[in-house]
Design a protein around this ligand. Structure first.
Ligand SMILES: Nc1ncnc2c1ncn2[C@@H]1O[C@H](COP(=O)(O)OP(=O)(O)OP(=O)(O)O)[C@@H](O)[C@H]1O
Ligand SMILES: [Mg+2]
Length: 250
């Protein structure tokens, strides 16, 4: 169902040793939405993504993933089918061939190291080839991952996500280290793949331009709270100006 809520963040507060990183945050995301998370440095974007990924436990409030309270999501393998995360550093093991990194998605990130060292059976190899084909890297199957460029490594991380095939994809500044052409390449590929699979995507970004171009909705965070939450076509220049305005000028 198109209107189904897949993520519900309800009054979530994250407290790091007395410092409030997220302050009673609430919003929900429907299946198939593509949400860009923007906001100044320190606003809480990474903390929010890590919370939705269940890496951080809220100090207060509730997280509901596909009708299930996050405190009940204890089965790591099931969770890996629900949520996949892609980080700025991509979490790839550079000494290993590309194929191992791609197949790490198969067992989910919690069986990560075990799956990296596992034997590759022909059937699995076919899965890896298919995923690498979709990101345009079929010829790099046995290449040492370290030898790939930043943009290519990011595509390997995308191929791993394709193999994992989670319903929700969280990406923390996935294009921060790439030049503009590579960044657009990775974002257009990521959003295309997500649309093909009707997955739900939340990506933190520092580029408002990319947020508007590739996403359906923008949630802006400032000081651990939602500053605005709007469909991309309703965002005004003033909203953005005040979001990034330095405090001493406010
Ligand atoms: N593990 C931690 N321990 C203590 N404080 C933390 C921790 N992680 C984040 N914080 C604090 O929480 C706030 C939010 O940080 P967060 O990393 O989520 O911001 P961000 O929006 O991702 O910033 P950036 O755009 O620079 O990546 C910051 O003030 C940060 O210092
Ligand atoms: Mg961050």
């Amino acid at each position: 169902m198109a209107s189904e809520k897949i993520i519900e963040v309800q009054n979530i507060t994250i407290n790091f040793e007395g410092k409030i990183a997220l302050s009673s945050l609430s919003f929900s995301v429907k299946k198939g939405e593509r949400v860009a998370l923007i906001g100044p440095s320190g606003a809480g974007k990474t903390t929010l993504l890590n919370t939705i990924a269940t890496f951080i436990k809220p100090s207060d409030g509730q997280l509901v993933i596909d009708q299930v309270d996050s405190s009940e999501l204890n089965d790591r393998k099931k969770l890996a089918r629900k949520i996949g995360m892609i980080r700025q550093q991509f979490d790839l093991v550079h000494q290993l061939p590309v194929v191992h990194n791609v197949l790490a998605g198969k067992l989910g990130q919690w069986g990560f190291f075990k799956s990296l060292w596992s034997l590759i059976f022909p059937q699995e190899k076919a899965i890896a080839i298919r995923a690498l084909e979709r990101v345009g890297l079929k010829d790099k199957l046995y290449e040492k991952t370290a030898n790939l460029s930043g943009g290519e490594q990011q595509r390997v991380a995308l191929a791993r996500l394709l193999v994992q095939s989670p319903e929700i994809i969280l990406a923390d500044e996935p294009v921060a280290s790439l030049d503009p052409a590579r960044a657009e390449d990775v974002l257009s590929m990521l959003t295309k793949l997500v649309m093909e699979e009707n997955q739900t995507l939340i990506t933190s970004l520092h580029s408002v331009e990319y947020a508007k171009k590739y996403f359906t909705r923008i949630i802006a965070l400032r000081d651990g709270a939602v500053f605005f939450d709007l469909p991309v076509d309703e965002i005004q220049a003033e909203d953005l100006a005040s979001l990034y305005q330095l405090k001493e000028h406010m």
